[in-house]
Design a binder for this molecule. Structure first.
Ligand code: ADP
Ligand code: MG
Length: 317
């Protein structure tokens, strides 16, 4: 249904239906990972900027972490630099790191601009700003047949996120837009997986939700069917049996860890759907897969109207 085909009365009804969500989530923090694969279309990027501004303007506290894998590969390709991967991780030499910083910096400024155009007050950050993402060099343990750990170059693993800077900005009404770069003990920059940054940040901030926007309808089961709602333990099983692989692995690793460490729910959301974020946060029509803690009551896991149930509970006086 496009906005041209609905009547003013229907529009008003839609707005009225959003009230319980606006009320239930007032002042709540949402960490939103904006995936490189969900931001390939300019129109989708513009709509994303507007959705983020809107969430902030109605009283929620959105925090954006973005990726940029496909855009990094594209620039490496035009520069004639080979993208090298080892067990799914990008081997990052000095030249590659420069390209990563360049591409992420540009994407970051674009997302900041899009949010600001719609009345938000976005601020672009990387982990070096205020030294807020502490990392160490990641060493992959030796695989079978190897003796030495694999050195991936400038790939970091997160040691600690200092939430102070983010809290100061969001308390004053700013929307942090974070690129996945951390800083080592010697002040050197490291490339990070943005799903892991988003998950760790959601935990550190005690976020209400972790939302992972990507380029699939959600988490698919072995037969390719969309899973509506699933507990952390069941997701773990799907990771172990190979149903979940590739780029979905770090997302669900983050989601699992987050819901087991205080985040109320994690969502894998189809970022190719226009206004996916608004649908997920402000309506009962989720667009993707909800991941709940292991102790979530079974009726919530079974309920297609998980969001409605939670929001009704939250809005009770
Ligand atoms: P992003 O840029 O959003 O991080 P990725 O390509 O890294 O996107 O991760 C999403 C990809 O994960 C999907 O496009 C899909 O190919 C892959 N994937 C692997 N297993 C699954 C699964 N069980 N359900 C859905 N997607 C999956
Ligand atoms: Mg990815």
């Amino acid at each position: 249904m496009s906005s041209r085909t609905i009547s003013p009365a229907q529009k008003a009804a839609i707005l009225a239906e959003a009230l319980p969500y606006v009320r239930g989530f007032h002042g709540k923090t949402f960490v939103i990972k904006y995936g490189g694969n969900a931001m390939t279309e300019p129109a989708l990027r513009a709509a994303f900027g507007r959705d983020i501004a809107l969430l902030r303007l109605v009283g929620m506290n959105p925090i954006v972490v973005h990726g940029g894998g496909p855009q990094i590969n594209e620039l490496l390709d035009t520069m004639g630099v080979d993208a090298v991967f080892h067990r799914g991780m990008r081997v990052t030499d000095e030249k590659t790191m420069k390209v990563i910083e360049m591409v992420l910096g540009e994407l970051n400024q674009e997302i900041v601009g899009l949010i600001n155009q719609h009345g938000g007050k976005a601020v672009g950050l990387n982990g070096q700003d205020g030294h807020f993402i502490h990392v160490r060099k990641m060493l992959l343990p030796p695989a079978e047949g190897e003796t030495e750990p694999m050195d991936l170059g400038f790939v970091g693993e997160i040691v600690l996120i200092d939430a102070d800077l983010i809290n100061i900005l969001s308390v004053r009404g700013y929307i942090p837009v974070i690129m996945p770069i951390g800083v080592g003990a010697e002040g050197e920059p490291y490339n990070l997986n943005s799903d892991l940054v988003a998950g760790r940040l959601a935990e550190t901030l005690g976020a209400e939700k972790l939302l992972l926007l990507t380029n699939t309808p959600g988490v698919l089961d072995r037969d390719g069917h969309l899973l509506d709602c699933i507990t952390a333990a069941n997701i773990e099983r799907l990771c172990q049996d190979g149903t979940i692989h590739g780029g979905m692995l770090p997302k669900l690793e983050s989601a699992l860890h987050a819901v087991r460490h205080g985040v109320h729910s994690a969502h894998v959301v189809d970022g190719r759907v226009p206004n996916a974020l608004l649908l997920e946060v402000l309506t009962s029509e989720g667009v993707g897969t909800t991941i709940l803690p292991d102790d979530a009551p079974q009726f919530l896991v079974d309920s297609r109207h998980y969001l409605e149930t939670v929001v009704n509970e939250m809005s009770k006086p």
